[in-house]
Design a protein around this ligand. Structure first.
Ligand code: UDP
Ligand code: LCN
Length: 822
């Protein structure tokens, strides 16, 4: 804190100056903020903005809106009100924060450090408890560990970590003037397959010797035609110290060797990436997704089983194709890629295959699902448990799965990919113990979905166990060698909104710990690699010859049939109208109930279209999931309240993707649209699916869909917090499309073009395989420096995560005992 007499650091000084310009109005604004803080002491930006407008109007001071203070308020992500003071968290640009506090009585402005800001915020929970207590709260600060690692500097380059890393590595190699080449040489020596060396053998003893051996090999290879199969020269190359892996033909081998020779001469990022990208490695991949029902049929739409399963299965197919193509190009024989998706085995499998230990993944040759049960002291856990409740089982799962993975793969994997918080925690444990490259994929970080869940963690802990989850997330994102995200916003948000990872930069859970530096969005470990939609299932409605017309009777029965509970609710009275379609898990955040409400309230829209919703269950007694039940009951209420029975049809979760693909297209035939109304959506596969079918899409601006859809070109962005406006936008679109069918076609074509350009699995697999090679090399060369972070994280895990897990376990045991007693 700035003490009396100190010169004010820039920010507080700027703010004090800005306040002085409009002192009267700002005092009024701050007093109102303090008043508003009595109901909710953590104020979101829109509340402050709205208040600012009101004050400017009431005081007849329009210049206030243009003032320096108003500009600074635009940066505000949150204001905390306590004891007559307002503390602001200001974010002038992505990933950069200032904190300051104004005490309204004296109008004193102070700069705060992150730690001071969080301590001030903690007072909301701790009140005026012993003030010395705040000094004993554990503070986690990962910044010093990463201080000597290279960092991106421009917000525009966030998510392009690999590009930056290549530049860094190549300039390091270039600057070292050959001194660092032993790193490449040593790394090449580590490459092998089932004990068989690749690329180099023991005949080459040093980086220098490698240089002259490359010249010798070049002289030999020049004597052959480029397309000569490598088998014809393999023995001669071996004598020179080169094993298989350089290429399948003389030409490709020569080319790979030239890349290495060029790197040794004068390294540049493109050549380095091209060379590393060709290395024969990453043959054994483990993908972890412990929770939920992970299967290939009958699983989608269950409370925890959505896009992650679809994503992984598509990812596996694309990765295997890419791995096979690379193995072919590397000229390797007898090498087979292996991908293991490791999940939990659920004995009470509810009509799925989740009780089978091993399952082949269709559409692949070498990929399998391996299921390992959750166990505790009373044996194998028989039933499904929510993703929020899995924490007590994960350590044991990691040990059991680790053993089974090694047995199945005949050794340790080359790459471990974690999915979601639980998978990423297990991936961290395994990669720590096996020293394997770790990739993190969050899919969704719950902290963003549940605003203020950090400060209120104690209230929510019984239902959600967020303390364990957020701790797991911080550990995994820091432990991981590289992180893949589907969009930019997942890392660093937008100019106005905070990204999901960025949200872990600093936060506090009073009484537990305070994170003053949890993650840096400028870290080069972040890479945007967007998924796609399976092009065999999700293709355009106008590809007539591919259409699955044999499914139309079933679809018509679903959409327009008379069957109701327990499989459906509502029967459409006017089936000829265009359909507004939405499909999601029946979660609060997915907001299907919100969409039903917007529709109910907009007479114009109701006249123009029917609403078809696919989600969850229709009978609330058919679920054990708390949120699903609550949303189901709410949906029934909305249907009653607005009298929607003849205009809305609500179907239970549809678990067959092939049928769903044809449903999207059928809806397109009606000149309908897809709506993704979520209050927050991390990415939103349904948006890509609908767009791939040529269905105009209205998608939430909160989260990933804002990046997928280009507003008014390839769809429409809607604000779920302004449902009326969203409904109006839809009504305008349908009105226009009824008058001018070309307007519908234009948006449909825009959607198709957008997904083809940006969201395909082929692009994804190529990128991921290249990233694996580059980050594995980086892990190898920076291993020693990283050990500090890993040790710090290990301590955090043992001293914080384990007690949190024990707490969840205790809560669950008490709940079981309560239920049994009742
Ligand atoms: N899905 C489905 N049936 C349903 C609900 C959803 O097949 O009743 C599928 C949907 O087609 C998509 C995935 O589940 O492939 C949902 O992914 P998304 O990213 O939209 O959301 P998530 O459920 O992962 O949060
Ligand atoms: C989880 C989510 O919440 C979705 O937004 C994503 O699309 C899905 O995973 C796949 O990554």
């Amino acid at each position: 804190m700035v003490k009396a007499g100190d010169r004010l650091p820039t920010y507080a000084a700027d703010l004090a100056e800005a306040v002085a310009e409009h002192r009267n109005e700002i005092v009024l604004l701050l007093n109102r903020t303090i008043k508003a803080g009595e109901t909710n002491p953590i104020l979101k930006p829109h509340v402050l903005q709205d208040e600012l407008k009101r004050v400017a109007e009431e005081c007849k001071a329009p210049t206030l809106l243009e003032s320096a203070f108003a500009k600074q308020l635009e940066w505000c992500q949150e204001a905390v009100v306590y004891d007559g003071c307002v503390a602001f968290s200001l974010r002038p640009t992505v990933g950069k924060y200032f904190h300051c506090r104004i005490c309204v009585g004296s109008m004193q402005v102070d700069d705060l450090t992150v730690s001071e800001y969080l301590r001030f915020k903690e007072k909301l929970v701790n009140g005026k408890r012993d003030p010395t207590e705040e000094f004993w709260q554990l503070e986690i600060d990962l910044e010093p560990f990463n201080a000597h690692f290279p960092k991106l500097t421009r917000p525009n380059s966030i998510g392009e970590g690999v590009k930056f890393l290549n530049r860094h590595l190549s300039s390091r190699l270039f600057a070292s003037n050959n001194a660092d080449f032993h790193m490449i040489f040593d790394f090449l020596l580590t490459l092998s397959y089932n004990g068989q060396s690749l690329m180099l053998n023991e005949r080459i003893k040093s980086a220098q010797e490698m240089g002259s051996a490359l010249d010798k090999a070049d002289r030999l290879l020049k004597k052959y035609e480029c397309d000569t199969p490598i088998e014809e020269v393999a023995v001669k190359l071996q004598d020179m110290g080169f094993e298989r892996g350089w290429g399948n033909t003389v030409g490709r081998t020569q080319n790979t060797m030239h890349l290495l020779a060029d790197i040794m001469q004068a390294c540049d990022p493109e050549t380095l990436q091209a060379f590393l990208g060709r290395l024969p490695m990453g043959f054994k991949v483990v993908i972890l997704s412990p929770h939920g029902f992970f299967g290939q049929q009958n699983v989608l739409g269950k409370p925890d089983t959505g896009g992650q399963v679809v994503y992984i299965l598509d990812q596996v197919r694309a990765l295997e194709r890419e791995m096979l193509a690379r193995i072919r190009q590397q000229g390797l024989t007898g090498v087979e890629p292996q991908i293991l998706v490791v999940t939990r085995l659920i004995p009470e499998a509810q009509g799925t295959t989740c009780d089978q230990r091993m399952e082949h993944i269709s559409g692949t040759h070498h990929s399998r699902i391996l299921r390992v049960p959750f166990r505790d002291e009373s044996g194998i856990l028989q039933h499904w448990v929510s993703r929020f409740d899995v924490w007590p089982y994960l350590e044991r799962f990691a040990v059991d799965a680790g053993g089974e993975i090694r047995a199945e793969l005949g050794g340790r994997p080359d790459l471990i990919i974690g999915n979601y918080s639980d998978g990423n925690l297990v991936a961290s444990l395994l990669s720590f113990h096996l020293n394997v490259t770790q990739c993190t994929i969050a899919h969704a970080l719950e902290k963003t979905k549940y605003p203020d869940a950090d400060i209120n963690w104690e209230k929510l802990d019984e239902d959600y166990h967020f303390a364990a989850q957020f701790t797991a997330d911080v550990i995994a994102m820091n432990h991981s060698d590289f992180i893949i995200t589907s969009t930019f916003q997942e890392i660093a948000g937008t100019q106005d909104t905070v990204g999901q990872y960025e949200d872990h930069q600093s936060f506090t859970m009073p009484g537990l710990y305070r994170i003053v530096h949890g993650i840096d969005v400028f870290d080069p470990k972040f890479n945007i690699v967007s998924p796609g939609a399976d092009s065999d299932i999700y293709f355009s409605y106008d590809q007539e010859e591919r259409r699955l017309t044999s499914l139309h009777r079933e679809i018509e029965e679903l959409l327009f049939g008379k069957e109701e509970a327990p499989l459906a609710k509502g029967v459409l009275k006017e089936p000829n109208k265009p359909i507004i379609f939405s499909m999601a898990r029946l979660d609060h955040v997915k907001n299907l109930t919100g969409l039903a409400e917007w529709f109910g309230q907009n007479k114009r829209l109701r006249k123009l279209c029917n609403l078809v919703l696919v989600g969850g269950i229709v009978d609330p007694d058919n679920t054990t999931d708390r949120e699903e039940k609550e949303q189901c009951i709410k949906m029934h209420k909305i249907i009653e309240e607005y009298g929607l029975q003849g205009e809305l049809r609500w179907l239970v979760a549809q678990k067959n993707p092939v049928l769903n693909g044809e449903i999207y297209r059928y809806v397109a035939d009606t000149r309908g649209a897809f709506v993704q109304p979520a209050l927050y959506e991390a990415f939103g596969l349904t948006v890509v699916e609908a767009m791939s079918c040529g269905l105009p899409t209205f998608a939430t601006i909160c989260g990933g869909p804002a990046e997928i859809v280009v507003d008014k070109k390839s769809g429409f962005s809607i604000d779920p917090y302004h449902g009326n406006e969203a409904a109006e936008t839809m009504a305008n679109f349908f009105e226009e499309s009824a008058k001018n069918p070309d307007s519908w076609l234009e948006v449909s074509r825009g959607s198709l073009a957008r997904v083809q350009e940006k969201y395909t699995w082929t692009l994804y697999a190529d990128r991921l395989m290249t990233l694996n090679r580059i980050y594995s090399f980086w892990k190898y060369v920076s291993d020693l420096e990283r050990r500090e972070t890993r040790r710090y994280l290990q301590m955090f895990y043992i001293l914080m995560m384990r007690p949190l897990i024990a707490k969840v376990q205790k809560q669950q045991a008490e709940e079981r005992a309560r239920k049994e007693a009742a």
